[in-house]
Ligand binder design. Structure first.
Ligand SMILES: Cc1cc2nc3c(=O)[nH]c(=O)nc-3n(C[C@H](O)[C@H](O)[C@H](O)COP(=O)(O)OP(=O)(O)OC[C@H]3O[C@@H](n4cnc5c(N)ncnc54)[C@H](O)[C@@H]3O)c2cc1C
Length: 319
């Protein structure tokens, strides 16, 4: 397996602006739900907004490559690893606090980007605050959910978002929801935007009712989604007309396997790591699916999964 082209003198260059802890050559498989991905040259877990700003601005000024990871539940990372600094926003950057009411009387809740959606949901249920139930079972962080405009059961993050704070081009910016542009599984953001916190507007509801809705969603998920060593949710975006899973299933691809990667026999839009898959195995399955679906349906599927160090378009399969 080829190894990553490391950034020279990274330790010395990073130490010029970053006094905190650094983990060196950590396997990214530990930080992704697909459980694949080679070593991050350096990995840092900032604990507050000031640290995120220091780190990102420092990397940008020093021209050190960097990227941000949340829960890693929508990510495919190269086997060769990632040069530069991987910034993981996780449980140390995850405060939740009430921040008043909006004009409609909804409760505003400000949440730091590293907070897990599951933890926020539990907190909401505890406080009798409704709106996020659609997201039960979606792994990952608030920051990742905003970037992905994560959604299920007809709900999306944008529907409960009141305002957002992010870092881009060296400055921290806050905007209300009406000033933000969301699409299907995306926030149209500045290329280097790092979500710092999101404020949500929730309605008041009986905790038991919130719990009942969540249980229904969880049961429906369990009946439809595969249980595997590694998954990343839906691999491809649905088309406007047809679900990607239906196109893949109708192309006869369920159960197709390369190395340790497989098109799930339960849900065709899941590419699963059956235990010992490499990123390369998953890419090969992805390429095969795109080519076959094109050949059968004349539809070129776009991945929903994001890539780090992987050329998601290396296959030119429309032929
Ligand atoms: C079992 C399973 C079920 C799933 N079901 C659903 C579902 O029903 N609906 C759905 O929409 N998705 C689903 N997903 C996909 C995934 O959970 C969501 O996309 C989730 O919102 C990703 O969040 P994350 O923190 O894991 O992001 P990551 O995977 O860590 O990152 C995703 C992208 O966001 C960027 N990013 C992460 N945090 C930040 C930040 N703070 N600032 C800037 N960029 C950031 C990353 O660089 C990357 O480009 C599922 C995944 C799994 C494994």
């Amino acid at each position: 397996m080829a190894s990553v082209i490391a950034v020279e003198n990274l330790e010395d260059r990073l130490r010029e602006f970053w006094p905190g802890a650094v983990r060196w050559r950590v396997q990214m498989a530990e930080f992704t739900t697909l459980k694949v991905g080679g070593p991050a040259q350096a990995l840092v877990l900032p604990v507050d907004m000031a640290e995120v700003v220091l780190l990102v601005n420092g990397c940008q000024s020093a021209k050190i490559p960097w990227c941000v990871v949340g829960g890693g539940s929508n990510l495919l990372v190269a086997d060769e690893g990632v040069p530069g600094v991987v910034i993981v926003l996780g449980r140390d950057f995850a405060d939740i606090r009430m921040s008043g009411k909006d004009r409609c009387g909804r409760t505003l809740v400000e949440v730091e980007a590293g907070c897990r959606l599951a933890r926020l949901l539990n907190w909401c249920q505890d406080k009798g605050l409704a709106g996020l139930e659609f997201a039960v079972g979606i792994p990952g962080t608030v920051g990742g959910a905003v970037v992905m405009n994560a959604g299920a059961w007809g709900g999306e993050i944008k529907d409960v978002l009141s305002s957002l704070t992010w870092l881009a081009s060296g400055s921290v910016t806050s905007r209300v929801r009406a000033e933000l542009d969301f699409g299907y599984r995306c926030w149209q953001r500045p290329a280097d935007a790092v979500v710092l916190s999101a404020t949500f507007a929730f309605t008041t509801e009986d905790s038991a009712k919130i719990g009942a809705v969540c249980r229904q969603h969880v049961a429906a998920r369990r009946s439809k989604q595969p249980v595997a060593h590694g998954v990343a949710g839906s691999f491809f975006k649905n088309t406007e007309a047809v679900a990607a899973g239906k196109l893949i299933e109708d192309a006869g691809l369920k159960g197709t396997r390369i190395g340790g990667a497989e098109v799930s026999a339960v849900h065709a839009n899941f590419i699963v790591n059956t235990g010992a898959a490499t990123t390369e195995d998953i890419i090969k399955v992805m390429e095969l699916v795109r080519k076959r679906v094109w050949a059968v349906h004349r539809v070129w599927l776009e991945p929903e999964v994001h890539f780090i160090g992987v050329d998601g378009n290396r296959v030119v399969g429309k032929r």
